[in-house]
Design a protein around this ligand. Structure first.
Ligand code: MN
Length: 462
């Protein structure tokens, strides 16, 4: 048998209908190529053997023979695939634990392609033919299922899938070949856009056709009762909505200026914060701005004071997840620990370039910096600290070796940990007093280059 690396999909934003395409659920699990011979081997994208952690999937040996299959290992919970659970199962190493987990959270292998049959490669055959063969030569089992795609009608299927709280859909061209290890536009993933219920705090002046209504809505969320600016939305409105919203806003105008953030256009009008808009967006930036925002609808059913910043903070670990392959790295997946308050950890990290990672607990995650020369000990010696992606709180206890080829490969040990007292915490200046085992003094972090995420850290005279 040949070995194969999975074909990958490009991303697009909106679903579509097309006669030569099929549409499938985008499963949130571990991608795995199955080699079914006298024995069964299940390989992750990075070539890690997965069968030992998912022994129930060896039923495949009774359902087919002499094939190479492509699919996703998932664990279902509450009617949807639970990514954290499948990753947790993959990280178990104790035989008894694996046996127990297999009963409580059984895995399912969802098969969606066939790459080889009886030593003949099928990857140059069109997808349509491969699927015919797949359905002929593989039987369904208790832990094995064959994906049932929908033809042509991607838009309606996307709506159905999103309503059931799945992450999105994959579209595949029926005439396409299988292109191992490459990201192709013959396969497209269409992921759900996030949405957030924002309070309208004001609006900007409209121009041209919008001169009688408004340019954009100024949006905020509440952080423990205090309003925080999260950006403005100027697209997604119908003409009717523009007029209706403008009418409502006119009755709410006040003279109070809610926000003075530099990116708010001058001459904006402020209103009593009573209207709630559901806004779609792609992600939230570090300085709390909604990226690619789009107006979806007014929400008359939700009180403004319930629109909390928590809605967008659950997305904070996206970058952490995107950078790591949890089938390979021993780093924690996170999401289980409740915060203790103001904990910190400094990890010595022998990756390509040795550095020290400073992590300060804040709003349920570790805000993190890589410090190439480590924490300075002399008063006023300024050292570079590069802000990296937020880490889950479970990372506070992490020591181990991140394997070769992985993001941050190398040995990680804890240099110090404990608690800190925040004196000041703003977007560009943080002042704290460490109460660790080694570190006990007052330090300051100052943002010097926002694009490059560069800060300076130094010890203060006390
Ligand atoms: Mn590091």
């Amino acid at each position: 048998m040949n070995t194969y690396k999975p074909m990958l999909a490009n991303s697009i934003e909106t679903p579509f209908d097309a006669p030569d395409w099929i549409f499938e659920v985008k499963w949130d699990g571990i991608r795995a190529i199955a080699y079914v011979n006298e024995v069964l081997s299940l390989k992750s994208r990075n070539g890690k053997e997965l069968i030992n952690n998912f022994p129930e999937l060896s039923e495949l040996l009774n359902l087919t023979s002499n094939v190479v299959l492509d699919g996703e290992i998932i664990v279902m919970r509450d009617g949807r695939s639970d990514f954290q659970e499948v990753v947790h199962r993959n990280q178990l190493s104790n035989r008894l634990e694996i046996e127990k987990a297999q009963k409580i959270t059984p895995a399912i292998y969802v098969i969606f392609d066939i790459l080889e049959k009886d030593s003949i490669s099928l990857i140059d055959e069109p997808l349509k033919k491969r699927l015919d063969i797949l359905n002929r030569v593989v039987k369904q089992g208790k832990f094995t299922t064959i994906s049932i795609p929908v033809h042509e009608h991607g838009i309606q299927y996307y709506e159905t899938v999103i309503k059931r709280d799945f992450e999105g859909i994959i579209a595949k061209k029926l005439s396409s070949t299988y292109q191992p290890d490459s990201r192709s536009s013959d396969w497209l993933k269409i992921k759900r856009v996030k949405s957030c219920d924002c309070v309208i705090f004001g609006y900007t002046i409209g121009e041209g056709v919008r001169k009688d209504t408004f340019g954009a809505l100024l949006l905020g969320l509440f952080d423990e009762g205090k309003p925080v600016y999260v950006g403005r939305v100027g697209t997604g409105f119908t003409d009717l909505e523009l007029n209706q919203i403008k009418q409502k806003l006119d009755e709410l105008i006040i003279s109070k200026v809610w926000f003075t953030d530099a990116d708010i256009p001058p001459g904006s009008t402020w209103v009593k914060p009573q209207l709630v808009a559901e806004v779609g967006y792609q992600e939230i930036s570090r300085d709390l701005r909604l990226r690619a925002p789009r107006f979806l609808r007014l929400r008359d059913d939700k009180p403004a004071e319930l629109c909390s910043i928590i809605q967008v903070k659950t997305q904070k670990l996206d970058e952490y997840y995107a950078k790591r392959d949890f089938t390979v790295t021993p780093e924690p997946t996170g999401g289980y620990t409740r915060g203790e308050g103001n904990s910190f950890v400094i990890q010595e990290h022998h990756s390509r370039l040795t550095h020290w990672d400073l992590r300060l607990e804040r709003d349920g995650v570790y805000v993190s910096w890589a410090i190439p020369k480590g924490i300075p000990n002399d008063v006023n010696e300024k050292r570079l600290a590069i802000q990296t992606e937020d880490h889950p709180l479970e990372y506070g206890g992490f020591e181990g070796i991140i394997p070769k080829g992985q993001y941050g490969a190398g040995k990680v040990t804890i240099w110090d940990r404990g608690f800190y007292l925040p004196i000041k915490w703003s977007n560009d200046k943080i002042e704290i007093i460490f109460a660790g085992e080694r570190l006990k003094k007052r330090y300051e972090l100052i943002l010097i280059n926002k694009e490059k995420n560069e800060w300076l850290i130094f010890k203060k005279q006390t």
